[in-house]
Design a protein around this ligand. Structure first.
Ligand code: SAH
Ligand code: SF4
Length: 476
């Protein structure tokens, strides 16, 4: 397969980083030999893509000899893998990093690092440099594959390291992954984003769109299935444009069909699907492939065409709704979820009412709702934003109430129906209370033996509200 303008990490660079993993391993053995293995706390914030990056960092640390902990008191290395999508996420991280100075004071050997989307931004890196001396090393999303070299620097040089260089466009294959779950595995099929929605910082911190080759994706999908995972979540900021930067490779629907053809009892999910590129072919593929779940996350952001234009989303509410109608027609029992931004700059109450209207029309099973947050470097950051925060909060609560009723009604309608459920976990308090997910993404709590975790079972829904859905196990 010939591929156009793909910058895949060279074999030399890959070997260089592998050597750094070995060298770090040697240094770590000396540094922490008295309490082997040393423990790393790696905390990833934000989206599943970031969590997957965190799993790769853990994979590399694991090869250096690290074990893992959630306890700040016993950690030898603390690494916060950050999110920059909203200001709140950033504020939280600054709060946590601030507290780490106490841990550093108690344990002089402790290393502290910051990485991810927030770290990729220059103004943040500068702030860390000036005001957070407890942080030993900072690296951005583009430097992920260079983590072994950066960490080697942190172990050997007695100065702080800041690596936020933008190496836009490099795809690094072969980084070891230490997956956090045993049942669901995430599989990035592409990185970056070209869409430049005017509110969004993602294209600024994760660079331009680049797809992994289908050969690499399929190899990883086969490995995931062979390791016993029951669900694969395909990840990308806009999975519908998968392959557009590749020559003679598969499109997203073709990739889905190829993964669907891998033998085994497993499910396929994907996110995120941008409505402007969501085609009938994709919906037909979901309908025709038995392993692809009948749940579509299709973020609409707003129901007002004026605001959608201001957001640079490239679809109208009518086009969006007709996609939903097409999917409802083709995919039995399909459920939808979405992301909504309330209070985009210049949004008026009439615009907000259009969003409410659309939500009532589509009837999503669940919504991820956000109040607009101003992001440095985005187009919306310089737009006039006259509506006070208190007013936006009122709209936000109104939206939640509308959605609460819809979720409640949708779930009530499922009472008495039996679903095939993938058992994901036991209850926090009660080991015999299990939680599983239907194909169309309803989470059901039901009683059963903990040994069922990781298996597919049949569950009848017996009661439901917007908060929780209860069920009972039935024989297959
Ligand atoms: N690529 C995905 C999601 C990226 S970020 C997509 O296009 O849908 C996840 C969600 O965060 C977005 O869908 C949006 O609803 C929200 N978001 C992004 N930037 C935001 C901002 N500045 N303020 C509030 N919400 C934001
Ligand atoms: Fe952000 Fe839009 Fe890209 Fe999603 S599609 S990551 S919202 S710019």
């Amino acid at each position: 397969m010939s591929e156009k303008k793909r910058a895949v990490l060279s074999q030399e660079e890959y070997s260089r980083q592998s050597k750094y993993i070995e060298k770090c391993g040697d240094l770590v053995r000396v540094r922490y030999g008295d309490h082997w293995p040393p423990l790393a706390l790696v905390h990833s914030y934000g989206c599943q893509q970031n969590v997957n990056d965190g799993e790769k960092i853990m994979g590399m640390l694991s090869q250096m000899g690290f074990g893992f902990t959630d306890d700040l008191n016993v950690a030898d290395l603390i690494l916060y893998n950050t999110c920059a999508v909203r200001e709140n996420a950033e504020k939280k991280v600054f709060g946590f990093v601030g507290e780490l100075s106490h841990y550093k004071a108690r344990n002089g050997n402790l290393l502290i690092g910051l990485c991810g989307c927030m770290a990729q931004q220059e103004h943040i890196s500068e702030k860390i440099k000036k005001s957070y001396p407890q942080v030993d090393f900072v690296f951005g999303t583009h430097a992920l594959y260079r983590f072994p070299e950066i960490f080697y620097g942190a172990l050997t040089q007695h100065k702080r390291i800041f690596d936020i260089e933008n190496s836009d466009g490099v795809i690094a294959e072969g980084i070891p992954v230490r997956r956090l779950g045993k049942i669901q595995a995430s599989l990035p099929i592409m990185y970056g984003c070209n869409n430049f929605c005017t509110y969004c910082v993602v294209p600024l911190v994760r660079g331009r769109e680049r797809s992994r080759s289908s050969k690499d994706v399929l190899r990883e999908a086969r490995e995931i299935v062979a390791s016993g995972y029951r669900e694969i979540m395909l990840l990308g900021q806009n999975v519908n444009s998968y392959g557009k930067d590749l020559e003679d490779d598969l499109s997203f629907p073709e990739l889905l069909r190829a993964i669907n053809a891998i033998p085994g009892d497993f499910r396929i999910r994907f996110m995120t699907s941008h409505p402007k590129d969501c085609t009938k072919e994709l919906i037909d593929t979901v309908a025709e492939c038995e392993k692809i779940c009948n749940h579509i996350h299709l973020p609409v952001q707003s129901g007002s065409d004026r605001i959608l234009t201001e957001m640079n989303r490239h679809y109208t509410s009518e086009e969006y709704v007709s996609l939903i109608d097409y999917a409802r027609d083709k995919i039995p029992d399909v459920m939808f979820s979405s992301d909504i931004i309330v209070g985009f700059p210049g949004e008026k109450y009439e615009d907000f009412c259009e969003t409410v209207k659309l939500i009532k029309r589509v009837r999503y099973a669940s919504l991820f709702t956000f109040i607009y947050s101003k992001r440095v470097g985005t187009k919306a950051a310089v737009m006039e934003d006259p509506v006070p925060a208190s007013e936006k909060s009122k709209w936000f609560l109104e939206l939640l109430e509308v959605q609460r009723k819809i979720t409640n009604e949708l779930y009530q309608n499922c009472i008495g129906r039996t679903y095939r459920v993938l058992v994901e976990r036991t209850g926090d308090q009660d080991n015999h209370l299990l939680a599983g997910r239907t194909e169309n993404n309803i989470i059901i709590d039901f009683e059963g033996d903990p040994s069922l975790v990781g298996q597919f079972v049949m569950v009848e829904i017996v009661s439901a509200s917007n908060r929780s859905v209860r069920g009972r196990l039935v024989k297959k």
